[in-house]
Design a binder for this molecule. Structure first.
Ligand SMILES: CC(C)(COP(=O)(O)OP(=O)(O)OC[C@H]1O[C@@H](n2cnc3c(N)ncnc32)[C@H](O)[C@@H]1OP(=O)(O)O)[C@@H](O)C(=O)NCCC(=O)NCCS
Length: 185
């Protein structure tokens, strides 16, 4: 059984289980959703990502979570907290937040609603001193969301990632400290 970690007006955010690969593949592993994230994944890559997430939740008490729409019971997104683990990033080991929402639910406020709850989780229950989020200049929706969440552009943390195409480089970062978050509340 998954842990029901967070609840918002329209969403339940729950932990990953062994039974989520099919829904993740169908709803979230699409061309549109993965266009700026390295492209559609093979099934075994989704399985490996879920296994890492479940292990992280068991060990560290946080991970990415599935966003379940209360009105339909369907999986509509995936977002949460992980450690920065890109070996080229200058800040490996920071708390990193991230998100994806399935295409037929874009622009309904689900990313903002879920990430507001996830930032609160990061700062009040997990005790993260600050969080970062990674994207690229081309992913306009994503960095605009970071700005809407009150995050600050951190050019000092940008880095080149040869695993991504030229249009998605450099990787750019935004950050938010616990103090900045509290000041917004
Ligand atoms: C980025 C993404 C998660 C946004 O999800 P969403 O639920 O549609 O976002 P929301 O409706 O909560 O929008 C919140 C804010 O984000 C920004 N935003 C979201 N989509 C945007 C778009 N297409 N263009 C411009 N700004 C956008 C806006 O500032 C918006 O606030 P507003 O509605 O007041 O203008 C979604 O487009 C997605 O899954 N993209 C593909 C995956 C991805 O790239 N994830 C990010 C990895 S870093």
């Amino acid at each position: 059984m998954p842990d029901l970690v967070l609840e918002t007006d329209r969403l339940v955010l729950r932990t990953i289980t062994e039974h989520d690969v099919d829904d993740h593949d169908r709803h979230l592993n699409t061309q549109a959703v993965t266009a700026r994230l390295g492209g559609v994944m093979e099934r075994h890559q989704i399985e490996a990502r879920h296994a890492r997430g479940m292990a992280m939740y068991a060990k560290d008490g946080f991970s990415f979570l599935f966003m379940i729409e209360k009105s339909s019971g369907q999986m509509v997104g995936y977002g949460g907290i992980k450690w920065v683990d890109n070996p080229r990033a200058p800040n490996i080991g920071d708390h990193e937040v991230g998100w994806i929402v399935r295409e037929d639910r874009w622009r309904r406020g689900y990313a903002y609603e879920s990430m507001t709850a996830i930032l609160d989780w990061a700062f009040t229950r997990i005790g993260a001193p600050h969080v970062v989020a990674l994207t690229s200049h081309a992913n306009i929706g994503s960095w605009k969301l970071m700005e809407k969440l009150g995050m600050e552009r951190r050019e000092d943390l940008d880095f080149f990632d040869p695993d991504y195409p030229e249009e998605d480089n450099p990787a750019i970062q935004y950050s938010l400290t616990q103090e900045q978050w509290q000041a917004q509340e």
